[in-house]
Design a protein around this ligand. Structure first.
Ligand code: 13P
Length: 252
């Protein structure tokens, strides 16, 4: 990983843990946080954001939301707007996670609107892409990634406030990690897509591309050692503060 790209380790807690448990986990993360150059982000459920922002004040751990609504505000019962998560302490947001695509029918157009709005509110976006198992097996995975990138991104996106997460759907929560070589191939492809979209040769080299899908302390070092893997988006293993910190220790 070139030293010009600061690594990122982000934990996606998904819909897990009560607020008390979240507070304890964050206190433990802060206590065990290794010396690191990586940016560390925790993305808990919405109700945790404000209380955790108090716990993480003046620490090196930042907060992110797991999604936001595509509209700024209004009559959208049950939803949460970008400005609200910013007020609650988030500086980051995950957009386009495969679970949002699968269970909430989020489309490329929705994801694009969300990214633009989130960036307008000052959030740095972790935009997720990734192929399903049948797309990997039928060898169309790079085409799928290209389509997911092209339908969402164009030069109006702020690439300085964007991180791409490659999360092959078949590796999420399954224990089946992409091999370091499989992941690195897609990460290089993502950089090429970014260059094509932004019409230059430098944006793809600068942008951070992180890997997600069954990353854990045992496989993190090998994945993070790849030339084009700049960090991780961690689900299950981020629910254990010590495991999360062990992953962070591999990210220099
Ligand atoms: P797991 O690490 O549990 O496979 O989840 C990955 C993920 O979806 C992170 O966003």
């Amino acid at each position: 990983m070139p030293t010009t790209r600061t690594p990122i380790i982000a934990g996606n807690w998904k819909m897990n843990s009560g607020i008390k448990e979240g507070i304890q986990r964050c206190q433990e993360i802060v206590k065990h946080l290794p010396e690191t150059q990586a940016e560390v982000v925790v993305c808990p459920p919405f109700p945790h954001l404000y209380p955790l922002s108090e716990v993480l004040k003046n620490t090196n751990v930042m907060l992110g939301a797991q999604t936001v609504h595509k509209k700024a505000s209004g009559a959208y019962t049950g939803d949460v707007g970008a400005f609200m998560v910013v007020e609650a302490g988030a500086r980051w947001v995950i957009i386009g996670h495969s679970e949002r695509r699968q269970y909430y029918g989020e489309t490329g157009a929705d994801i694009r609107e969300k990214i633009l709005l989130a960036q307008n509110n000052g959030l740095t976006v972790i935009f997720c892409v990734g192929e399903r198992l049948e797309e990997r097996e039928s060898n169309v995975y790079l085409d799928v990634i290209t389509r997911q990138m092209n339908e969402v991104l164009d030069p109006s996106i702020n690439f300085d406030q964007l991180v791409i997460a490659y999360e092959p759907v078949w590796s999420i929560g399954t224990g089946k990690t992409a091999s370091p070589e499989q992941a690195n191939e897609v990460h290089m492809h993502i950089r090429q897509c970014i260059n094509n979209i932004n019409g230059d040769k430098t944006t793809g080299e600068k942008i951070r591309v992180i890997y997600g899908g069954s990353m854990k302390p045992e496989n993190a070092a090998e994945l993070l050692a790849q030339s084009d893997i700049d960090g991780g988006l961690i689900g299950g293993a981020s629910l254990d503060a010590k495991d999360f910190c062990r992953i962070i220790s591999h990210a220099n």
